[in-house]
Design a binder for this molecule. Structure first.
Ligand SMILES: [Zn+2]
Length: 883
């Protein structure tokens, strides 16, 4: 813990390391409380660095035992060591070897960074700055070394020993009960990609043949007895490897690829070279314990971490400001994979929903920052939706702007040119500039300018000239540190639809053959000729840019798009826009005419009559109204979450009643008759059926409760059981409480399932929930040390329960503040993630705003805050002083 104000790290201050490390030999003797690490580093002065400067190695809570230079043990006075650094004031000016012995305590490591224990097993997490908690090092991503790791442990305690790269040697240590394994990774890598695992683990494995015929063994390690729950992850890994060969020409490069699932993990998963370490939530799945969403997430995250082998590992980042270079690109790659494996339009809608819920929210909050930040105090706080999700949108726009073929050529050039190096965003863009001959400097503003651009679109039809003009205006609101903004390069995929729903062939020279117009000025207009009647414009098809769009279309015109547009994304968007208009009016006491509600309901009815069953997953998305958080964001200021909650409830009831027969038909006809399969089509049917149940219950609580109870009792899989329990949660009374108790009884030995149980209860929008959450914190299955438990109970309360977290009496904010302070003493990363739930506070009405400010100030005033929490709380408060 540090109490002082930590200095800003600035992109403009980057300079190459003064020393390089070519080889690292590690000898790690595992022990629960006293693990000995001997690191032998082959160092040399960096020709690109400064000469005659001290060697300063990073550390974090380290305990130095000895240090030797070229085999000679150094004496006190020849070096300076603290838990935070090791300084050799006069290092040699030619290559030398430094041997450092440290002792660390993995059991006491509750931060889950560096080497720690989870469920009795040893594991590591080094990104971003965890390696310095294992040994003193030049812990920065532009220092690439070849690692050889010897791991030694009691065979009884840790029969499995894994490291990066390939296994080169293993054996017993005579007469000791100990054994060892030596792993060698031939690919130079930064320290954040280092990993080791030691423990008692079960394994599933299979052979994989790469595109050039190389044999690779791929394996997933899990808690013994849960091997069968790793089959889906192993299958997803094989499919990811084939896809990356086919779509990006990327082949795997080691003899083995290992994935290890651990139950205590700060993030989703980590792409360590050849040895990915996963939060077990993203590995373990069975029909009885995992939902369709869990299966889809496992597939996506397995793919994501695997794809990092090229976008992140073979080509890594020069410094942490370039984080989006690996993350944005790899999110884009995993999204494309999921779209190819599942339904592309359905997946695109899901991506955009996440982007809006998390990234647009961040962009409009005091925590807004560019995709490539220019400064940070704590890099762990920049693993954000902006870096990941908006970073992926930039790559997608680049592809839209230059076209599929040039995009692939540019990617090939980037991988070829930057292989084995630590690259920058400039290196990435230069590959595409070079293959296309385009100047991408204006486009690159997406990496530098924060905030969500707003684009307004107005259409003008000229009946006599048969022309149609679209006027575009773009503007980006101010964000912290960026009061004025420049116009962006915005690809607008668009088309025209006739009032009776036919696609219209009209000419416009500004729209390219792929149907894309590039908006790169603050204002611009394009004109279509040969337009025989007034069209309905369908703009930003497929959500072609991460912007907020305002469109002067009537509800009738939007509903034409819902029924007829060839672009599925815009069909969904049209329904959302119509619903949102009404929801905003209802939430802000604007009178709503019955016809307004009825027009959407009748559009839903005709949608259900005609084509809902042709793509049930898509239909489920259409029938789901914008969330309370979406509505709050749309309103943007002086938000009253209670009014929003009432409005959404009223509209769901209205639609449920108006569509009751149809919904009941769907509910009955989509009932599962075959054994559970997690495939996208089956998942889509379950999604639509459960969306119908939700609306039915909104219309008729008694009927809904009966159906949901029945489904809860008889469900053959977790998706249906959990969906029905979710519906029961909305109805206070004994039926609900009994269901909660029976679920707990049934799954009391399944931590990942109990997480879902915590989440549902934390999200109940009733006044008694606050006490329920406090009570659940005393539940034997809850632990403040386990990130999954904390996120499922506390994170869900703060992020999903709009009305109770934002209680008018401030008790929700006070609860979160007290838990953040408690968590901060154990695990600062976890605490600072929870704290970001406050990012909506500036948009609340004044009473809630002052309660939130007080809660944030109570955190800020606490002495000994971690750097993680101190940074978030100060940024959250700074903006309010400015505005
Ligand atoms: Zn990643």
């Amino acid at each position: 813990m540090r109490t002082d104000i930590v200095e800003l790290v600035r992109l403009e201050d980057y300079r190459p390391s003064d020393f390089l490390i070519d080889r690292v030999e590690l000898d790690v003797r595992l022990h629960p409380t006293a693990t000995r690490v001997t690191a032998t580093l082959s160092l040399r002065p960096n020709p690109a660095g400064r000469s005659d400067v001290p060697l300063v190695l990073d550390g974090d809570e380290l305990n130095l035992k000895t240090v030797a230079l070229d085999e000679r043990v150094l004496e006190a006075g020849e070096f300076e060591a603290s838990p935070q650094s090791l300084v050799i004031s006069q290092p040699p000016q030619q290559p030398f070897r430094l041997t450092i012995e440290t002792e660390i305590n993995p059991t006491a490591n509750t931060k889950l960074m560096g080497l720690y224990r989870s469920g009795g097993n040893y594991c590591t997490q080094c990104e971003a700055e965890g390696f310095r908690r294992i040994t003193y090092f030049l812990d920065r991503p532009d220092v690439l070394a070849v690692y050889t790791t010897r791991i030694e442990a009691e065979r009884e305690e840790a029969p499995v020993l894994l490291g990066n790269g390939n296994l080169v040697e293993s054996g017993a240590i005579e007469g000791t009960g100990r054994h060892y394994a030596v792993w060698h990774d031939p690919f130079p890598k930064p320290s954040y990609l280092f990993a080791l695992v030691g423990g008692r683990l079960g394994r599933v494995a299979k052979p994989f043949t790469t595109m050039t015929g190389r044999q690779v063994e791929i394996a997933v390690y899990v808690e013994p007895g849960k091997e069968h729950r790793a089959d889906y992850a192993l299958d997803a890994l094989g499919r990811s490897m084939i896809w990356d060969e086919k779509v990006f020409g990327r082949e795997y490069d080691l003899d083995v690829f290992n994935i290890v699932a651990v139950s205590d993990f700060n993030m989703g998963a980590m792409e360590n070279k050849g040895l990915n370490i996963f939060n077990d939530k993203y590995v373990l799945a069975s029909p009885e314990t995992a939902t369709d969403t869990d299966y889809a997430n496992i597939e996506a995250i397995i793919a994501h971490e695997y794809f990092h082998n090229w976008s992140g590992n073979r080509v890594t980042c020069r410094d942490w400001f370039q984080l989006c270079l690996k993350e944005g690109l790899t999110v884009f790659r995993d999204q494309e994979f999921s779209s190819d494996e599942r339904s592309r339009p359905v997946h695109r809608i899901a991506e955009v929903k996440t982007l809006r819920a998390r990234q647009f929210l961040e962009d409009s909050s005091p925590l807004a920052h560019p995709v490539r930040p220019t400064q940070y105090r704590e890099i762990n706080n920049f693993y954000t939706a902006t870096v990941y999700e908006k970073g992926a949108e930039i790559v997608r726009m680049l592809k839209t702007v230059i076209g599929d073929e040039d995009f692939r050529r540019g990617m090939d050039l980037y991988f070829e040119r930057c292989d084995g190096t630590a690259a920058t965003v400039e290196d990435f863009l230069k590959a595409f500039a070079d293959v296309t001959g385009r100047d991408l400097s204006h486009f690159s503003r997406w990496y530098a300018q924060s905030g969500t651009p707003r684009v307004s679109v107005h259409g003008h039809y000229d009946e006599t000239a048969k022309t149609y003009r679209l006027d575009f205006k773009q503007q980006t609101p101010p964000t912290p540190g960026q009061p004025t903004k420049e116009p962006m390069v915005i690809p607008v995929a668009l088309g025209l639809v006739s009032q009776n729903g036919q696609p219209m062939d009209a000419d416009c020279e500004r729209v390219n053959a792929r149907g894309v117009f590039i908006l790169d000025k603050a204002e611009d207009s394009i004109t279509f000729t040969g337009v025989s009647s007034r069209p309905v414009p369908s703009v930003f098809r497929g959500f072609s840019a991460p912007v907020k769009v305002s469109l002067d279309l009537s509800s009738e015109e939007l509903l034409v798009l819902l029924r007829h547009d060839t672009d599925s994304f815009n069909r969904w968007q049209a329904a959302q826009t119509v619903a949102m208009r009404t929801l905003v009016s209802l939430s802000t006491s604007v009178a709503v005419r019955d016809e307004e509600m009825n027009s959407l309901a009748s559009a839903f009815r005709s949608f259900m009559d005609t084509d809902a069953l042709s793509d049930p997953a898509f239909a489920a998305l259409v029938l789901t109204l914008p969330s309370e958080a979406d509505i709050a964001q749309e309103i943007g200021k002086d938000v009253d979450p209670d009014a929003i909650h009432r409005a959404r409830k009223e509209m769901r009831r209205h639609i449920g009643r108006a569509c009751f027969e149809h919904l009941m038909d769907f509910y009955r006809s989509l009932a599962e008759t075959e054994a559970y399969s997690p495939d996208a089509a089956s998942a889509g049917r379950r999604a639509l059926r459960n969306a119908a149940l939700d609306l039915l219950t909104a219309a008729d609580q008694e009927a809904g409760e009966k159906l949901a109870s029945e489904q809860f009792e008889t469900a053959s899989n977790m998706t249906d059981r959990l969906a029905s329990l979710g519906v029961l949660m909305t109805i206070p009374g004994m039926v609900r409480e009994n269901a909660i108790a029976s679920f707990e009884q049934r799954y009391r030995n399944e931590p990942l399932v109990l997480d879902k149980w915590f989440t549902l209860q934390a999200a109940i929008p009733e006044d008694t929930t606050l006490d329920r959450v406090k009570r659940l914190m005393e539940h034997p299955a809850f632990s403040i040390n386990n990130p999954n438990r904390v996120r499922s109970l506390i994170g869900s309360f703060a992020m999903l329960n709009q009305v109770q977290f934002n209680r008018k009496d401030g008790a929700g904010y006070a609860l979160l503040a007290s838990i953040v302070l408690r968590a901060d003493e154990l695990n600062p990363q976890l605490a600072s993630r929870l704290l970001t739930a406050f990012s909506t506070w500036t948009m609340m009405e004044s009473t809630r705003r002052s309660h939130a400010r007080r809660a944030l100030q109570s955190i800020a005033q606490k002495p000994n805050l971690s750097r993680d929490v101190g940074d978030i709380v100060n940024r959250s408060l700074e903006e309010s002083a400015a505005s």
